[in-house]
Design a protein around this ligand. Structure first.
Ligand SMILES: [Fe+2]
Ligand SMILES: [Fe+2]
Length: 131
């Protein structure tokens, strides 16, 4: 579970809102994993993937508009985590390995989000606000 009050904030409110939405989806998924609700887990992971796509293309659109110099490296980090999550979904459908989901959604992806916001979204928002 992610405590929303602990989520690093960026200087563009619309991006914080998207991050909060993603945390809600991720926290719901985390509960479903604990409850071992296998059918609902699958649709919740799909929902998360759709939201990640929306989240990333929103940021990428803003970066493109302002010709942000770090666009390529930022987009590469989005693409990497998106393909990892899609792979986890595919693997889950084949193996129904709940421990792998715990590891990924209750640990790795949470750490990624915190790290990505601090290292990439915060400087991006600073740049976009000042340009
Ligand atoms: Fe973001
Ligand atoms: Fe980002």
């Amino acid at each position: 579970m992610i405590d929303k009050t602990q989520l690093p904030l960026v200087s563009i409110e619309a991006i914080n809102e998207i991050h909060f939405e993603e945390v809600d989806i991720l926290n719901t998924l985390s509960n479903l994993i604990d409850e071992q609700d296998t059918d609902t887990i699958t649709s919740q992971i799909k929902l998360l993937v759709e939201h990640m796509q929306k989240h990333f293309s929103f940021e990428e659109g803003l970066m493109k508009d302002k010709s942000y110099p770090m666009y390529t490296i930022h987009q590469a980090d989005h693409n990497k985590v998106l393909s990892e999550t899609r792979y986890i979904l595919m693997d889950w459908r084949n193996t129904k390995d709940i421990d792998r989901l715990k590891e990924y959604f209750q640990d790795e992806l949470i750490a990624w989000l915190d790290q990505h916001i601090k290292a990439m979204d915060m400087p991006m928002a600073e740049f976009l606000m000042s340009s």
